[in-house]
Design a protein around this ligand. Structure first.
Ligand code: APR
Length: 231
């Protein structure tokens, strides 16, 4: 089966009601990254960080997948699809995608602050100060914070290097190493980006840029890809 890799960011969940980070009115307008999404913030004030992620977890649980998520899942009918997402919601899984790599972690999980392999599925439950992992350490969100390594980046780069079709949806491509994944694509393959704006740091000269919101641009792209495959 032809390998398709889809790299997604906050823009694909925007129409599910989850705010992006850097658009006007985005999450980072209300918060300082350094105060809520970095390992230093965790050491400085665990409760502020826990509260920030408890709020986002509650919102993510209430959100529903949109047509962009569902149309990516539908590609699995004819293609070997891997979704590599920077998002920490589980909308790709809930729309039916079966191969999802969460580069920056996932809100539905908590882990020991001492042992990152001790992961617990908490659904939409809040994490409170004093909640302990099986090793007795404080539970923390299973999120990759600024200042921490991205454990899945090598595996993700390998998937991108093997892709025969590469699609980018709704990411400003400003956060590394995730943004660097676009450099692992084979030059000769079809590359698409679905985003109403153009991520300024990247020259998309041999890409097809669909300047639409995800709920419009992604279903029409996946329909065309499936039709081409059906011959
Ligand atoms: N449909 C498609 N794209 C959209 C839509 C939409 N409805 N709305 C916004 N976008 C695009 C914006 O044009 C922008 O390119 O989505 C992108 C959102 O960019 P960011 O807010 O920077 O989100 P993202 O790229 O996912 O951020 C990467 O930064 O803060 C960290 O860990 C966090 O994973 C996140 C990472």
């Amino acid at each position: 089966m032809i390998k398709v890799v889809v790299l997604t960011g906050a823009g694909i969940s925007a129409e599910s009601g989850l705010s992006t980070f850097r658009d006007s009115g985005g999450l980072w307008e209300g918060y300082n990254i350094e105060d809520v999404a970095s390992i230093d913030a965790w050491y400085r004030n665990r409760e502020v960080v826990l509260d920030f992620y408890n709020k986002r977890r509650e919102q993510a649980l209430k959100a529903k997948p949109n047509e962009a998520h569902y149309s990516i899942a539908k590609l699995e009918e004819k293609f070997d699809v891997t979704v590599i997402t920077q998002n920490v919601d589980d909308l790709h899984e809930r729309s039916g995608s079966t191969e999802v790599m969460h580069l920056h972690g996932i809100l539905r999980q908590a882990r020991s602050e001492k042992d990152e392999s001790l992961i617990i599925d908490i659904g939409g439950e809040p994490i409170k100060l004093g909640d302990k992992a099986p090793d007795g350490a404080q539970l923390r969100p299973n999120i990759v914070w600024f200042g921490e390594p991205v454990p899945m980046i090598e595996a993700a780069a390998q998937k991108v290097a093997e892709a025969e079709i590469f699609i980018v949806v709704g990411t400003s491509l400003v956060v590394y190493p995730a943004a660097g994944l676009v450099d692992f694509t084979k030059p000769e393959i079809s590359k698409y980006i679905v985003d109403p704006s153009t991520p300024e740091l990247y020259s998309f000269n041999n890409w097809i840029h669909i300047k639409e919101k995800a709920v419009k641009g992604v279903p029409s792209l996946t329909k065309k890809i499936l039709e081409n495959q059906n011959g």
